[in-house]
Design a protein around this ligand. Structure first.
Ligand code: ATP
Length: 332
């Protein structure tokens, strides 16, 4: 099947800065795709390249099989929802949503009807007469979404669209965006630096660092089988195990990663176990995070808060399944 968006050896350099570097990527039609990475890793530049606000310095981008080179943004069948929403304060909600259709020369009755439908889609029916200034942050976010959906793009680009919302609203909107995407079947490309958001919403995630993609995969693959230390560290937290440790338990001299929740902490154990001393206890709500000193190695474990949690200074033993140690591809 033709990918919705295809990057072939795409680069975007700004002088010496390689914002995007020799990137190969296919985004599948109809998928919810997340671009995840730290600030400055090139995610926004990738979105702008797809939208056509930015031109590659090398390589080619295709949108549904057509080369995007020389195609202006408004002819790309792609819309963007910006983090700051970019609504026109002097226009009411209905005219904000209908704006793209007006630019295309579509008559008032028709474009207002389409705008009403888009507002219903984002759960804001009847809000058309208000000004953006009379809406909450979450409602403005929905208006921006309706405006981007009104002319039925094939690809919707979302640049940290939930960044300005408080946690509770953010979680609600994550669920809503996801079900909206599934209902509409439009390809969503979502930029975020929040790993929880990427894992919970996306069908596939690309992890960016320094203008390059470190790994692309399902949330489960990215979390459970990180290929590099960077991915293991950036997506959730992970214990990095040096080759000596890994050799002892897995027989291979490689770096490994072990998730904090895969470590069981007890006062006594039968079978093979690691002796440790609790050097820190942090209560996180549902879970408690323990810092554990063992064999010259500091490990972190996450245990459910409801159970008996050891205290700082306690001697404990750690057990885990060998399978939970994930071997890294890279040598270091
Ligand atoms: P954030 O999460 O902070 O938005 P990002 O991952 O989206 O970061 P980009 O905005 O794509 O990162 O930027 C990647 C790199 O390219 C950064 O080092 C940035 O400073 C640089 N960059 C982006 N746009 C320009 C520009 N117009 N001129 C010069 N450098 C730029």
């Amino acid at each position: 099947m033709t990918p919705a968006v295809s990057f072939q050896k795409v680069a975007r350099h700004f002088g010496a800065v390689k914002a995007v570097d020799a990137l190969d990527l296919d985004i599948v039609a109809g998928e919810f795709f997340a671009m995840l990475g730290p600030s400055g890793s090139g995610k926004t530049t990738c979105l702008r390249l797809i939208a056509g606000f930015e031109q590659p310095t090398a390589g080619t981008i295709s949108i549904f099989g057509e080369r995007a080179e020389g195609v202006p943004p408004y002819r790309r069948n792609v819309n963007t929802v910006f983090q700051d929403y970019a609504l026109f304060p002097h226009l009411n909600v209905l005219d904000n949503v209908a704006y793209g259709l007006m630019v295309k020369g579509i008559g008032k009755t028709e474009r207002h009807k389409a705008a009403e439908e888009a507002l219903a889609l984002v759960q804001l029916p009847g809000y058309g007469a208000r000004r953006p200034g009379q809406l909450s942050g979450g409602q403005r976010q929905r208006v921006a979404l309706a405006r981007a959906l009104v002319n039925q793009p094939k690809v919707l680009l979302l640049d940290e669209p939930l960044g300005a919302l408080d946690l509770k609203l953010r979680e609600n909107m994550q669920e809503e965006l996801k079900s909206l995407q599934k209902a509409l079947g439009i390809t969503f490309v979502f930029v975020t630096h929040d790993q929880g958001e990427a894992l919970s919403m996306a069908d596939r995630v690309a992890v960016f660092n320094d203008g390059k993609i470190m790994q692309v995969g399902s949330p489960q693959e990215i979390y459970q089988r990180p290929k590099t230390r960077f991915v293991a560290d950036f997506v959730g937290s992970s214990n990095m195990l040096p080759p000596d440790f890994v050799q002892r338990y897995c027989g291979q001299r490689r770096w490994g990663s072990l998730r904090p929740e895969a470590i069981r902490v007890a006062r006594a154990a039968t079978g093979e176990a690691v002796q440790a001393r609790v050097s820190g206890v942090s209560y996180l709500g549902a879970a408690t995070r323990l810092a554990l000193d063992t064999e010259g190695l500091r490990l972190h474990a996450s245990v459910p808060s409801g159970t008996t949690v050891p205290e700082q200074g306690d001697a404990v033993v750690l057990t885990f399944n060998r399978d939970a140690i994930h071997l890294m591809d890279e040598a270091t």
